[in-house]
Ligand binder design. Structure first.
Ligand SMILES: Nc1ncnc2c1ncn2[C@@H]1O[C@H](COP(=O)(O)OP(=O)(O)O[C@H]2O[C@H](CO)[C@@H](O)[C@H](O)[C@H]2O)[C@@H](O)[C@H]1O
Length: 516
């Protein structure tokens, strides 16, 4: 690994009143090993705590990368994590800083051998609700402390405390909950930030930095502000050595107003510096209709009987008609996902003999509107408000079409799961949906976030449904389309190599020079 030379330490941000004393002791690197030690920092991981696609990626990508590198995951020990992850071995303790409390670090090993470091801090993480929201669906009011704790821990572990017996060569951060970590590093370290969704930025009152021990009087603190708020994501965009997004098309889109969510200018700077890359997500190889034990029947292109069994299961379980195509929505119910557009076309689907099952949870107003939709068409529309991974798999398998009219979509995984289970996605031509769906071959794409084009794409799907030969052909193509993480991880490997190679050799980014 190149010597980190040019990068200024950010510890000068830490307020003089801070109680921070990050462990400094280094553990010797395994000189001969070509495997890099990677600390992969995330706020969720499928199997322990998942609210959406980040959880899937955080489970599958480190596992795929483990073939080439020593990847360990760091995440908070929410109550549900501790229920599922046993045994947890306590390794040591990390000091707090300002209002960030001290915490212990435990370790658990997942069934495939992936090691996960858990932040044990009951006052921050052991609560009802999910990773980000309380049981009423409101943001936890101390989320800046909760995820400030995660960021600080990532930086402290990067310094390699003695009790850890391991020191990462690079930090791989994911989305806003870990994006502030570079601001806590007491010494330089290579940092990659992967942006899964720019729409969630981690915005807090401008003075919140005081609670985190950041010196808000320093001119450099201004770099962390976005519209007069402390912005975790912007901190990562400015201070990570390299950025990636989860598809190539999204990487091109986010430097433009609108999809850039107000951060497009700084992202354009990073792109211009050659530090922003798009890497399209893959899916876990376990998504296989031929072997998935959760399905009412297994199937493959030579034998569709399991698909028919799954379709029958869906109509019985959700009490919709057994005839006509089955459309499904499996999604967080959020504005991003274009749920209101599906509301507008639902009557059209029903009028043409289709059925619709919605499985989702999220914004209370959208949940309510989906329930009203079911009341309007009880024989053909069913709505399940909740999060159920097993039922989601069965619905992907039992459905004919997946509706995904996203206003923007960094990559999207649901469309790939649907394809793998021979359900054809009907999706907007945006972000990763462009990179993963071939219109007319592995799904259907439409342009504008408006009911007209969406309805026309649905009509094309109805036509294909009427023609069994064409339907089978598209299903076969769709099942072959998604890349598994075994392939999709390769560009991350190359990015790690580049990051480590150029670390210390490239000029300091403009944003950093300004604060140095
Ligand atoms: N009610 C429910 N019950 C069961 N399962 C449900 C569910 N609602 C959603 N899911 C599951 O959650 C995941 C959603 O992943 P997506 O990638 O489609 O979207 P998300 O916006 O959460 O992810 C963000 O991060 C990912 C990962 O990078 C990007 O692909 C994406 O574009 C970006 O918005 C899928 O596994 C889906 O099946």
């Amino acid at each position: 690994m190149a010597t980190p030379a040019a990068r200024p330490a950010l510890s000068h941000w830490t307020s003089a009143h801070s109680t921070h004393s990050a462990p400094q002791t280094h553990v010797a690197h395994e000189a001969a090993s070509p495997r890099q030690k990677v600390l992969f920092v995330t706020s969720e991981i499928a199997g322990l705590a998942k609210t959406g696609g980040l959880g899937d990626v955080a489970r599958a990508l480190p596992t795929a990368l483990s073939r080439r590198h020593d990847v360990r995951v760091l995440m908070p020990a929410y109550a549900e994590v501790l229920r599922r992850a046993q045994p947890v071995r306590v390794l040591g303790e990390l000091p707090g800083q300002a209002h960030i409390p001290p915490c212990r670090v435990g370790r658990t090993t997942l069934e495939d051998g992936l090691q996960v470091y858990l932040l044990l801090c009951p006052e921050l993480y052991q609560r009802s609700g999910n990773a980000y929201l309380d049981e009423h669906g409101r943001d936890w009011c101390d989320n800046h402390i909760r995820f400030g704790r995660l960021c600080l821990a990532a930086a402290q572990l990067t310094a390699g405390p003695n009790w850890l017996g391991w020191q990462p060569d690079l930090l791989h951060l994911n989305d806003w909950p870990s994006a502030l970590a570079p601001c806590f590093l007491s010494q330089p370290a290579p940092v990659l930030l992967t942006i899964h969704n720019l729409g969630y930025q981690g915005l807090f009152h401008a003075a919140s930095g005081v609670d985190l021990g950041l010196d808000v009087e320093q001119p450099a603190y201004q770099d962390l502000l976005h519209h007069q708020s402390l912005c975790f994501l912007k901190a990562g965009i400015v201070h990570a050595d390299r950025l990636s997004t989860v598809s190539q098309t999204y990487a091109e889109e986010i430097v433009r107003p609108g999809i850039g969510c107000g951060l497009e200018e700084i992202l354009a700077v990073r792109l211009h510096e050659g530090r922003l890359t798009g890497i399209t997500n893959g899916i876990d190889p376990h998504w296989d209709a031929a072997t998935d034990p959760a399905l009412p029947g297994n199937f493959h292109p030579g034998d569709w009987r399991g698909k028919a069994l799954s379709r029958r299961y869906a109509s019985e379980k959700y009490d919709v008609r057994a005839d006509g195509p089955l459309f499904v929505v499996i999604s967080r119910l959020a504005e991003q996902k274009g749920i209101d557009l599906t509301e507008q076309v639902a009557g059209h689907i029903v009028a043409h003999g289709g059925n619709l099952v919605v499985m989702g949870q999220g914004e209370p107003a959208l949940e309510q509107r989906m329930c009203q939709l079911q009341q309007r068409h009880p024989a053909q529309i069913a709505v399940h408000i909740g999060f159920d991974e097993i039922e989601a798999r069965r619905l992907f398998a039992g459905s004919d079409f997946l509706l995904m009219p996203s206003r923007y979509e960094p990559c999207g995984l649901s469309q790939m799961y649907a394809q793998r289970f021979a359900s054809l996605p009907i999706a907007r031509r945006t972000g990763g949906l462009v990179d993963t769906i071939t219109d007319g071959a592995t799904g259907f794409l439409f342009d504008d976030a408006a009911a007209g084009g969406y309805q026309a794409a649905i009509d094309r799907a109805f036509s294909v449904y009427q023609c069994p030969r064409r339907l089978r052909q598209m299903r076969r193509q769709a099942m072959r389309a998604p890349r598994s993480w075994h392939h999709a991880a390769e560009p991350y490997h190359r990015l790690y190599q580049q990051l480590l190679h150029d670390y210390g050799a490239l000029p300091v980014p403009a944003a950093r020079q300004a604060q140095a």
